[in-house]
Design a protein around this ligand. Structure first.
Ligand code: BLA
Length: 507
């Protein structure tokens, strides 16, 4: 039995991720005032990476740090679209030791932000190889015949490009919980494929941010964040908005979550559909891992290509399911005229009836007589349910994926009937078909790993989430509802034809 603890999730939701006032320490951040490029805020790690104390840099011009050619180049960039110029190659002379950096520029609320990431390897010479990898990957994504094929392809391609130990596609459902639908991983690791995670694992605020800012990298969860000095931005008199900063420090709650999962480095790329976050490409590494800006950009680009392909592939996927539903329908329609009474036709083929909407139980009520198959409430419970539902049927159909919330009596049989569809074939003759789906909590696999440590907050969120999905079934798909409505029209057609034949015989 699960003990429910109250967790004030809104406290986290209100956590302003973009105003953390700190960055991850693998790079340096400068907030600059244009046009003089005066350094008005800087991260507190310039001594380690540049050899200058932050105080020595504040109020100086960035111009004093750069060679004239670099300066000219940056000034040229300031009038361009930053996405087309990033990363800018910069070399800084630290007492005759030249250090190379990737410079990443963006503006936010009128403040120019320059982030520097030390260049670890000389990747330029790999550019051609890289270009071919990306080009090949795009062709593969576009040609993938199915959604699951495309998801599998992209996990492989991202793993090829980055070398992460695990790359997953994490898809949100209608209630913002999520499921791992594709995975590429080091062979010795346990698989997360098929596991579900609660909506609260990625708070709304983070999701909103990820819709706009499409990639984040956490190279080492154990590194110490570095504050910006001064804490307030002198132009806005507020903490600097880090929504688009690639170095933004990570929420401590999420770091704890990754620690519980045994992960040391993480990267995630947004997958958007219709301007909403559809899912993430989530990558894990079990030791620290830095990924260069170029490689990240390539991954982000693949994410965008996949985002564009999502709508078409989802439509295809539904098409396959719809074709399957059509063939089940056709079987009924063929078999039905052979039976004396059309309801007998339904009773005879209960397996197909279950498959028609992927239900686990079905009840057919013909002239008040009940016939059941699969997992259903007891007959007397069904009779009572029918009495309750009759007034709710609208246009011959009623459906819900949270019956116990609408009809508290269902609480006692929610294991089998948290989801319900009722199709009325004739309300006057009490001819109904009822389909049942069990409570989702019993039908999906939970990703338990992050919750192994009972005292930690991610565990509490999991429990909270179990409350939110309690008494709920998997949702009914629109194409399933449509299939049922079409089935009804077919039945009505057959009944009318029979009546017509009878009338002719009587003449
Ligand atoms: C962020 N949570 C995230 C991110 C992912 C997940 C992918 C994006 C950041 C990243 O790239 O690492 C969740 N990661 C998962 C899941 C899987 C995975 C579900 O690999 C499954 C395989 N998280 C909690 C609780 C809180 C919480 C209780 O479980 C606090 C309320 C917070 N998660 C949280 C926050 C962020 C986050 C605040 C934003 C981190 C940031 O961008 O700073």
């Amino acid at each position: 039995r699960i003990i429910v603890q109250t967790v004030n999730l809104t406290a986290y939701d209100k956590e302003f991720l973009h105003l953390s006032g700190a960055i991850q320490p693998h790079g340096i951040l400068f907030a600059l005032k244009e046009p003089q490029l005066e350094i008005i805020q800087v991260s507190n790690n310039t001594f380690e990476l540049l050899g200058f104390h932050p105080q020595a840099l504040l109020n100086q011009s960035l111009k004093d740090l750069l060679t004239p050619t670099e300066l000219l180049f940056i000034e040229g960039c300031l009038v361009k679209d930053f996405e087309s110029v990033n990363p800018i190659k910069l070399s800084i002379d630290m007492s005759n030791n030249i250090k190379n950096f990737d410079g990443i520029l963006h503006r936010c609320n009128g403040v120019l932000i320059l982030e520097l990431e030390p260049k670890l390897t000389q990747e330029d010479r790999n550019f051609i190889r890289f270009y071919h990898l990306v080009k090949g990957a795009i062709a593969k994504l576009q040609n993938a015949p199915t959604m699951s094929g495309m998801c599998q392809d992209i996990t492989q391609e991202v793993q090829n490009l980055t070398g992460f130990d695990r790359v997953m596609i994490y898809q949100f459902d209608g209630k913002q919980a999520g499921k791992v639908i594709a995975e590429e991983k080091r062979e010795d690791l346990n698989s997360y494929l098929g596991l579900h995670y609660p909506a609260s694992d990625i708070p709304d605020q983070a999701k909103k941010l990820y819709t706009r800012n499409r990639l984040r990298l956490i190279p080492d969860i154990n590194s110490q964040p570095k504050e910006l000095v001064p804490a307030q931005n002198p132009i806005t008199n507020e903490p600097l908005d880090l929504s688009y900063a690639v170095l933004r420090s990570v929420s401590p709650c999420h770091l704890e979550y990754l620690r519980n999962m045994g992960v040391t480095a993480s990267m995630s790329i947004s997958l958007n559909k219709d301007k909403k976050l559809w899912g993430l490409i989530a990558c894990h590494h079990y030791s620290p891992k830095y990924v260069s800006y170029e490689v990240r950009t390539a991954c982000e680009f693949l994410g965008q290509v996949m985002s564009l392909e999502l709508a078409a592939k989802e439509e295809n996927e539904n098409l396959d399911y719809k074709i399957k539903l059509k063939s089940i329908q056709a079987q009924f329609i063929e078999a039905m005229p052979l039976t004396e009474n059309f309801m007998d036709g339904l009773v005879k083929d209960k397996d197909n009836l279950l498959q028609l909407v992927a239900a686990q139980g079905v009840a057919i009520c013909a002239n008040g007589d009940l016939s059941i198959a699969g997992e259903t409430p007891s007959k007397s419970d069904i009779y009572n349910l029918i009495e309750w539902v009759e007034a709710k049927i609208d246009n011959d159909i009623f459906y819900t994926d949270c019956l116990p919330r609408l009809y508290p009596t269902a609480e006692k049989f929610k294991d089998v009937a948290s989801g319900l569809i009722v199709l009325s074939i004739s309300q006057t003759q009490k001819n109904y078909v009822l389909w049942f789906r069990p409570e989702v909590i019993q039908t999906v696999n939970w990703g338990g790993d992050p919750y192994s440590s009972v005292e930690l907050s991610p565990r509490k969120s999991f429990e909270l989430w179990q409350e939110t999905v309690r008494s709920q079934s998997l949702p009914w798909k629109q194409c399933e509802i449509d299939a049922i409505i079409e089935l009804r029209s077919a039945i009505v057609g057959i009944v009318l034809r029979k009546a017509d034949e009878l009338a002719r015989i009587n003449i």
